[in-house]
Design a protein around this ligand. Structure first.
Ligand code: ZN
Length: 317
């Protein structure tokens, strides 16, 4: 696992014949003979050596002796993370102390850590968080926290695997008690009783999303109890996996997907209504935009969902 405490600094030293690439050297020691000719050199790092040698520290950073961090530090802005999450992230990097992760019992912070370790490509630790999440204590008192986190990250690509693990576990636990619509209503009221009602519309969406998941034990992709894999989409949500069954041409005539392309719904507008068109038969009056796998451009609002089917049974990499 990567962290500063177990990092092999010696591997970074660069001398003739061996110089790791991208080792971020900022000083080169050149050994001179009596005639001032170089008899060898070694590249190193000012900062690392300064921590262990007060002499080198003075030599390298003398100018900065009296300065405060505000004057010399580069400012890096972090967005989208709580301070608690970033604090734990940085402390782990410096210490390699697993207990920082193992003793963390806040699911929101754990998932943010997962995102941070992924974002900065710190290897090895995400697996530990995944294991931690698969053992997360799903007691009743934790339901609100867990569901809020799950709904918040339901469409997050990086967290997909973790979120799937949690969903399956939650649905199994809750289904033991929630079997009817009445059960669900009671469960919802109990679980989210203390929630502020400042965003009622969003709450309703969340409620409906949970209701389908728990009550109908629906497919995690199409959310239908009887999975509609392969059927033309008639309802959708962000993050739903879909497949093109034929070439899709946008309204202005551009080919925007080929048959067989896989993609993720980026935006899904208006409930689908079946409309009958004399020329084309039954059609679906939907606006859906899709992010195709491997293609950065968005398919902006296909006016009809024809040629797009649910893709629930794809094998995940
Ligand atoms: Zn399905």
């Amino acid at each position: 696992m990567t962290n500063l405490a177990n990092f092999r600094y010696v591997d970074l030293l660069g001398s003739a014949g061996f110089e790791p690439r991208n080792a971020l050297y900022d000083v080169e020691f050149v050994v001179l003979d009596t005639e001032e000719k170089s008899i060898g050199s070694m590249k190193a790092h000012k900062l690392l050596l300064s921590f262990v040698s007060p002499v080198l520290k003075r030599q390298f950073f003398n100018d900065q002796g009296g300065k405060r961090c505000e004057e010399i530090c580069e400012r890096v802005e972090i967005r989208g993370f709580s301070f608690e999450s970033f604090d734990a992230f940085a402390k782990y990097l410096y210490s390699g102390n697993y207990s920082l992760i193992e003793e963390m019992d806040n699911l929101g912070i754990l998932l943010q850590l997962y995102l941070l370790f992924s974002k900065y490509q710190i290897r090895g630790i995400c697996k530990i968080i995944r294991e931690k999440v698969s053992e997360f204590d799903l007691v009743k008192e934790k339901f609100q926290e867990v569901f809020e986190v799950l709904v918040k990250y339901r469409d997050d690509f990086i967290l997909e695997e973790v979120v799937d693990i949690l969903w399956s576990r939650c649905v199994m636990v809750v289904q033991k008690e929630v079997k009817t619509e009445e059960d669900f209503q009671k469960f919802w009221e109990e679980t989210f009783s203390g929630k502020e009602e400042d965003d009622a519309k969003e709450d309703l969406e969340v409620k409906d999303f949970l209701r389908k998941k728990i009550l109908y034990n629906g497919c995690l992709n199409c959310t239908e109890r009887k999975c509609k894999d392969g059927a033309q989409i008639t309802q959708g949500r962000e993050g739903m996996r879909i497949r093109a069954t034929a070439q899709i041409v946008s309204l202005n005539g551009l080919v925007t997907a080929a048959a067989g392309w896989l993609g993720t719904v980026d935006e899904y507008k208006s409930p689908v209504q079946q409309k009958y068109c004399t020329q084309r038969g039954v059609n679906y009056n939907t606006q859906v935009s899709v992010r195709w796998d491997g293609y950065p451009q968005y398919l902006a609002f296909i006016a009809t969902a024809a040629n797009i089917v649910y893709n629930c049974n794809e094998k995940k990499k």
